[in-house]
Design a protein around this ligand. Structure first.
Ligand code: ATP
Length: 146
């Protein structure tokens, strides 16, 4: 078989949070039959800014609308796209978002679940180290800003 070729992708997503009963909660989505909890995100479309993508994808995937408070950071990982025999390096930008409206019941049919978790529980539930570090950084940003 021919060696895999390489490509890059850029996605954008968010940590959307609210204060609920005196606790900070963040929304996560579950994929792969509900087994993998991660942050909402998606590909940055042509003509879209990463901020616009983050707002759109968070709303589509979690059912929640938010306001961007600032950039948290970015992560990168490699994965293999079997159908294309391509190795892909994905970079994902993440933004901190304050919850405005909406319900996790209105999540995208493409994700298995969308739910609020107390922030420390979310950190424990997340499947990927990169996403986990982003939520840890988001927690520091929220606590620093009261
Ligand atoms: P997007 O949500 O950007 O449209 P997608 O759903 O097509 O993308 P990814 O979520 O990037 O694709 O998943 C591609 C592969 O990378 C999967 O095998 C997934 O398990 C893995 N993956 C997803 N997020 C991470 C991460 N933060 N770190 C490492 N691997 C990840």
């Amino acid at each position: 078989m021919k060696p895999a070729s390489l490509k890059t992708q850029v996605s954008s997503g968010g940590v959307i949070f609210r204060k609920h009963k005196g606790r900070i909660e963040v929304a996560l989505i579950a994929v792969k039959g509900g087994t993998v909890w991660c942050l909402p995100k998606g590909i940055v479309n042509k003509g879209e800014t990463p901020e616009e993508t983050a707002l759109r994808e968070v709303e589509e995937e979690t059912g929640l609308k938010g306001n961007i408070l600032g950039k948290i950071g970015q992560i990168s990982y490699w994965y293999f796209i079997k159908e294309e025999n391509v190795k892909c390096k994905k970079t994902v930008y993440f933004y901190l978002m304050q919850y405005v409206s909406g319900s996790t019941d209105n999540h995208d049919w493409e994700v298995d679940e969308s739910a609020w978790f107390p922030i420390d529980e979310a950190i424990n539930k997340i499947a990927f180290k990169g996403d986990r570090e982003i939520v840890e950084k988001a927690k520091r940003m929220i606590l620093d800003n009261g």
